[in-house]
Every structure is written in C-alpha cells, then in structure tokens.
Design a protein. Structure first.
Length: 205
C-alpha cells in the first residue's frame, strides 16, 4: 500500500494531545479504501491514490501491506508526520512515485529518494472507532459546491471574532443553486451573517 502526501496530511485532524485521546484518536487509520483521521469532533477521509505497489522502487525492498475487506492498520500520528517530512522535495526530474510512503505489513512507513531510505515506526495505542458508522447514507437534502478558500475565510473570521467560548456557525441551505447563509454571534453579541455563492458541480456522482 502506498500513501501519498495528501493522505499523510490527515494527521492534521488527529488528536494531538495523548492525554485526551479516546479510542486511539492520536493514530490515523488505513483500510483498503481510505486513510482516515479524527479527533472526535471532525473526521477527514482521503481515498488512496491509484499508484500500484509495483511502481515502488525495487530497492529497498518493502513487504507491502495488502488489505482484504474489513482489515485496517493504525499508524501513530508522529510516524505519519515524520514520514511526510521524509518524502523527497520535488525536483525538476523527480519521479512522482517518490512522493509516496510505502506502508509495510508490519505497519512501518518507508520513504526513499533512490539514494537514501528511511523507515518510520511507532506503537499505536488503543483502537479506532468504526468511522463508517457515522457517515450519512441517506439521500441528501442538497449537494452544493463551495470554494474551500472562502469557507476557510468565513470560518477564520468567526473563530477570531465569534463567541470566545464556543464560536458556533449556523449553516442554512436554501437549495443546491442558492447562496448558503452562515450566521454567528460575536463576543459582544453582534450578529454576524455571511453568504457564500455556490459553484456549479456539473453531474454529481
């Protein structure tokens, strides 16, 4: 199994404080289809890239992890962060496959630039929740596309100027082709309202 930089970056959403972790949330979870991280408040899952294990350089040899249905492996947050840093910097004639870490059957992560290789390991503690159980499966009310940069700007504004104890954003959806409304309250009790225009998604799968 090969994990690219995007998959390793889900560590951003794992619990960073080992004294607060529940169900092994300081780990990331890798299964047959996705790499997942959660701190119990949010969850991010990234599907695997389409790179084949066979594309990994022959040296050093890695006994690649393979999955059957239901299998999964936990990787410590620290090991995933270190592996991401261990990926070689992109150069003019670099091989795209080198922007992946190889996940071995023993749970270790391997990186290489064809001259130097590194191995990153850690001992995961605890388990990991059944994250698939919280993924909604019913028909959605609406499917709307937004520019992630604008969503981030609205969220940063509310996080900075909203209620200090709980900077809550209320999201109101009027339809798939209508502006979405975000409402919040400042620390001084002022009403904050933002509208975000949708992006045409085309045919939604």
């Amino acid at each position: 199994m090969l994990l690219n930089r995007t998959e390793l970056a889900v560590t951003t959403f794992a619990e960073s404080d080992p004294d607060r972790h529940r169900y092994g949330l300081t780990n990331i979870c890798v299964d047959r289809e996705k790499t997942v991280a959660t701190n119990g408040h949010y969850l991010v899952a990234v599907s695997h890239s389409n790179q084949s294990d066979d594309a990994w350089p022959a040296e050093p040899a890695v006994d690649h992890m393979t999955f059957t249905n239901g299998e999964r492996v936990l990787i410590t947050r620290d090991a995933a962060i270190a592996a991401a840093k261990g990926l070689p910097k992109q150069k003019k004639n670099y091989l795209p496959i080198l922007q992946h870490a190889a996940l071995a059957k023993d749970g270790s992560l391997h990186t290489t630039d064809l001259e130097n290789s590194q191995i990153f390991t850690g001992k995961p503690e605890g388990g990991f929740p059944n994250w698939q159980a919280v993924v909604p499966t019913e028909k959605p009310v609406a499917v709307i596309g937004f520019d992630a940069r604008y969503v981030a700007e609205i969220a940063k504004f509310v996080a900075k100027y909203g209620n200090e104890q709980l900077p809550t954003i209320k999201l109101t959806i009027y339809g798939a082709d209508r502006a979405a409304r975000f409402d919040a309250t400042s620390e001084d009790g002022q009403e904050i309202m933002a509208l975000l225009m949708p992006i045409r998604l085309g045919k939604v799968k």
